[in-house]
Write a protein that binds this ligand. Structure first.
Ligand code: PLP
Length: 272
């Protein structure tokens, strides 16, 4: 039976459906959850990369979040690409307001700074507002190695760099309850690292899947993690199951396009 729970993604629109809100909605559906979305930017891209990005105004982001919240309050929130400092501020205002009433709704932030094809998706000003206003309000952050390096101001290149950088990020966030789920897709082997809010540390062993269908891997992992948290898993269970889900989505992906293609996000529903 489908769940009655609604989850919300706040992210950019990728017309090639590899990343962003359309991908997140597929991940939610694959977990039996009903997804709503607030688009923060329209990107023009294909599997070959991002050509341009066009932010939605902060006014429209605010209006969308308020409108959805009044009718379809989310049981969990996933945050992805935000594009502008004004959008980060609008989201921080929303989270601050809902924290007053629904403090236990899990919020997972995927700090999208740059597309893997290279284009910047959040500028320096936006990053500053994210650090100051958003990090204190979220429960979990899912940085890749580059994002972890930027947010912790520490070099992150090899396995042994992850624990110290994750702890530094937790400290800098001004949020002692922030959990860090650092994704090591570029490590060999591609292990992930979990720093729980209580300080517990866990390595999640990964296996390399040889595929060109990797666009939106970070979006998929953070949305799957949020889905599992909403469904009642402990953080460690949620991380293990989300990683397994993404590995299978990579393994069963059919090549599409001429560049970095989408994952098979709906594999639990039997799609190819
Ligand atoms: N979110 C959106 C809307 C994007 O357009 C992108 C990249 O293009 C990403 C997230 C990040 O995805 P990836 O890391 O696969 O480039």
């Amino acid at each position: 039976m489908p769940s009655s729970l609604t989850v919300l993604t706040i992210a950019g629109f990728d017309p090639s459906s590899g990343a962003g809100v359309t991908a997140d909605l597929m991940v939610f559906a694959a977990h039996g959850l009903f997804g709503t979305s607030c688009i923060t930017a329209l990107t023009i891209q294909s599997t070959l990369g991002v050509l341009s990005s066009h932010p939605v105004s902060a006014e429209n982001v605010r209006a969308t979040l308020d409108c959805l919240h009044a009718d379809l309050p989310p049981a969990g929130i996933k945050i992805g690409m935000l594009d502008t400092a004004d959008n980060v501020a609008a989201l921080a205002d929303y989270l601050k307001a809902i924290r007053l009433h629904h403090s236990r709704v899990p919020v997972v932030l995927d700090p999208v700074l740059r597309a893997s094809s290279g284009r910047e998706l959040l500028g320096g000003e936006g990053l500053g507002v994210l650090r100051e206003r958003l990090l204190p309000l979220v429960d979990w952050i899912t940085p890749n190695l580059v994002e972890l390096g930027v947010l912790s101001s520490q070099p992150v290149a090899i396995h042994s760099d992850l624990p110290a950088a994750s702890r530094a990020l937790q400290r800098f966030a001004g949020n002692e309850h922030l959990g860090v789920f650092a994704t090591g897709g570029h490590l060999d082997p591609p292990d992930d690292f979990l720093l729980a809010p209580d300080g517990d540390e866990h390595w999640l062993p990964g296996e390399r899947v040889e595929t060109t269908s990797t666009h939106g891997t970070g979006c998929a992992l953070s949305s799957a993690f949020l889905s599992r948290l909403v469904l009642g898993d402990t953080p460690l269970q949620a991380a293990v199951v989300a990683k397994r889900y993404v590995t299978e989505a990579l393994r069963t992906a059919v090549p599409r396009g001429h560049g970095s293609g989408p994952l098979n996000l709906l594999w639990p529903l039997g799609t190819k």
